[in-house]
Structures are given as C-alpha cells and as structure tokens.
Design a binder for this molecule. Structure first.
Ligand SMILES: *Cc1c(COP(=O)(O)O)cnc(C)c1O
Length: 376
C-alpha cells in the first residue's frame, strides 16, 4: 500500500551551511555556552534587525521573556498585563518572578492585544488596585500588533512594553523590524519557528548596558572578581556555541524562509478565496507579516473540526488557534479584561501546515481536502 508522507504544521528547514558552523565549534573545541558562534549569531541578528538593536543570544524565548521582566524590575506581588491570545510561554515567566499576569483580550484587525481594553485595564488597575509593572504584547503568528497605539499607552502611563516577537522574526511595522519596537524584544529559535537552533532565543535591547545586564544575569550573575562572587541571583540562560552555529547558518536563509511562508499564505488564499465560509487575516496598512503560520477562520466549531479531522485522516497536521490564557485552567483565578474576540478565534480558527519546506504538490493536496469539506 502506498503511504502518504506526513505533513507537519511547521518543521525545521536547514539551509546548508549550519553544519559548517557546528563543525567549526567542534574543531576549535568551543563546546560551551560562549564562543565565536554566539558572538557571530548576535551580530547577524543585529545586522538583520537594523540600527540600534543590541542582541543577547539566550537558551530559549521563555528565558528571554523571564530576563526582560526582570530588567523591567518585576518582582513578587507585582502585576503584569499580558495579551491573552498567545502561547503560554508569554505568560509563564511572570509567575516565575512571583508576579501575577492580568490578561487582555484581542482586537479583530490583527488578532493581537486590544488597545481600548488595555487602556481600560490600566486605568482600573491604577485606580482600584496597583499600577502594572509591564505590558507583554505579542505579534501572534507573525502579524504585528497595533504598535503605535500600544506604545502611546506605554508612554502615557509610563509602563514598559515587552514585545514577544517569538513568532515574528522577519515581520515589520512601517518598515521597522518586529522585536525592535519597544523597550525589550524577544525572539525564539525553537524547532517550530521560522528559523531554528533546535532550541534557543534572544533578548533585544536598545543599548549595550541593557544587553550586558541581560548577559550578566544569564551567566549566573558573576561579579568581577578572581573568585566566584555574587551580589545578585543569576540564571543559566546563555545559548550554546554549538547551537548558535545552527543559527548562523539559518540567518543566511531567513529572507528565503519569509518568502516561502508568505507564498504558502498566498497559495491557500488564492485556492480557497471563493469559499465564503473560510476567511483569512489580511495585513492592515503598514504591517508586513512573516506569515509564520497561515490561519483560517471558519464559521463554526463544527466546520473547523470537520476540516481538522479530515486532514488528520490523511496524515496532515493542523491545529486549533491558541487557546486564550484567560480560558486556561492554570490561570482560572487570574483577572482578565475580555471582549470575546479571542474566544471566538479559538472556537472557529485553524492553523494550516505552513513550513517553508512544503511543496506545491503538498499545498494542493491540503487545499483539495479542505475543498471537499465545504458545501459550495
Ligand atoms: C515559541 C514562543 C515562545 C517561547 O519560545 P521558546 O523558545 O519555545 O521558549 C514565547 N512566545 C510565543 C508567542 C511563542 O510562540
């Protein structure tokens, strides 16, 4: 029997020169969380992100959010406002510091944090509780959030924004790279992201002092002394020099990876545009998405499940959109400011296979199946 190859949602895609950098690490015995690949990878990212970006390569996106929160001075008993429609890793580090996430729902244009709800929440927290220490906004699925509006609130109430750009390397907002648009940006190089080091992340700062502070905290907070001397609690969060070698190879093909993911989106959209019960998220003016994942919005939970299960039978992986944090059992006691937008997206939305290594034949196979489910 002929078995079809499994199609994954978003699988790693090596460019070719990753192994050369990894071999260099072996040949020179830089098998450590520091070395030429770590420095080289940081420089590649700084060049890509543009002027003024100071990058610290770290062990994960989650670690990067943790350190960004720490750099914002978040500590026990504090509150942090966080986009509800996201992956749990955006919010978990808030709890590592003994602080409490307060969740904010989304708006419909970008599916990201709603500026109106955010302002309502800020006012309510300040008047009736305590002033939040930071805001975590997310460029979900690569689509930029409403940066101008969120930054205006950040300035008005003097609360720093941490920009979770884990899914948005290669996305831009009015020509500026996502990750560089707020006080601290965060990237992830996990295996499913647009480029990968198998596991890794980065913190983006805007001056060398903040970057140095992040690296200091990421390397066990060792004071300058011959012996081991500590006046701060540190972490073991630096990126391995071996993995940074993979990152240097991946940076050579990042542009191509963005093109391929955007091609997937355009392919799906063109092939399904005549089905009125399936909708896509267009880019608002000034926003450029890396289209990390192509998402569709159906008209009902039943329609969404029909498509998902049919694809599954054919060894094709798809997945409902992120379940909002305010609906997660682990955060059931947390305060949230909601408007039903993210709950609706969770009910009716589906992530389609979006890897940069998908072939046109595979895309066509997926589209043909989806068309079968629609009663045109
Ligand atoms: C992947 C991801 C993270 C976490 O990154 P890791 O490198 O997996 O720790 C954080 N936020 C979002 C939105 C993500 O998609």
């Amino acid at each position: 029997m002929l078995t079809k190859t499994k199609i994954y949602l978003s699988s790693p895609h090596m460019g070719g020169s990753e192994q050369k950098f990894v071999n260099e690490a072996f040949d020179t015995n830089w098998i450590a969380p520091l070395g030429p690949n770590v420095i080289g990878f940081e420089q590649d990212l700084e060049r890509f992100l543009g002027e003024g970006a100071h990058v610290a390569a770290l062990s994960s996106g989650t670690a990067s959010i943790h350190l960004a929160l720490e750099l914002c001075g978040v500590s026990r008993g504090d509150e942090v406002l966080c986009q509800s429609f996201t992956f749990s890793a955006s919010a978990n580090p808030i709890t590592y510091l003994g602080a409490k996430p307060i969740f904010i729902d989304s708006e419909k244009d970008t599916w990201n944090i709603c500026p109106e709800l955010l302002e309502l929440a800020i006012k309510d927290r300040i008047e009736n509780h305590k002033k939040p220490k930071a805001i975590i906004a997310v460029h979900l699925y690569g689509m930029p959030y409403k940066v101008k509006e969120i930054n205006a609130l950040s300035a008005k109430y003097n609360i720093p924004v941490i920009e979770d750009s884990a899914e948005a390397l290669g996305s831009t907002y009015f020509g500026k790279a996502c990750g560089t648009l707020s006080k601290y940006g965060v990237l992830s190089f996990n295996g499913n992201k647009i480029i990968t080091t198998s596991g890794g992340g980065a913190l983006i700062a805007h001056n060398e002092n903040d970057k140095d502070r992040a690296v200091f905290l990421a390397t066990q907070a060792r004071d300058k002394a011959a012996h081991y001397q500590h006046t701060n609690i540190g972490y073991n969060y630096r990126l391995s020099n071996v993995l940074a070698g993979i990152g240097r190879g991946q940076m050579e093909v990042l542009g191509k990876r963005v093109e391929a993911r955007r091609f997937n989106y355009e392919f799906y959209k063109a092939a399904l545009s005549d089905i009125s019960s399936i909708r896509f998220l267009d880019e608002p003016n000034g926003m450029f998405s890396n289209r990390w994942i192509t998402c569709i919005l159906t008209e009902s939970f039943e329609q969404r499940e029909q498509i998902r299960l049919l694809l599954q039978q054919d060894e094709i992986e798809s997945r409902p959109l992120w379940k909002p944090m305010h609906m997660q059992p682990v955060f059931k006691d947390n305060t949230s400011y909601t408007n039903d937008v993210s709950a609706d997206l969770f009910e009716k939305g589906l992530c389609l296979p979006s890897g940069s290594n998908l072939t046109e034949n595979q895309l066509q196979r997926i589209v043909d199946l989806i068309r079968k489910t629609s009663n045109l």
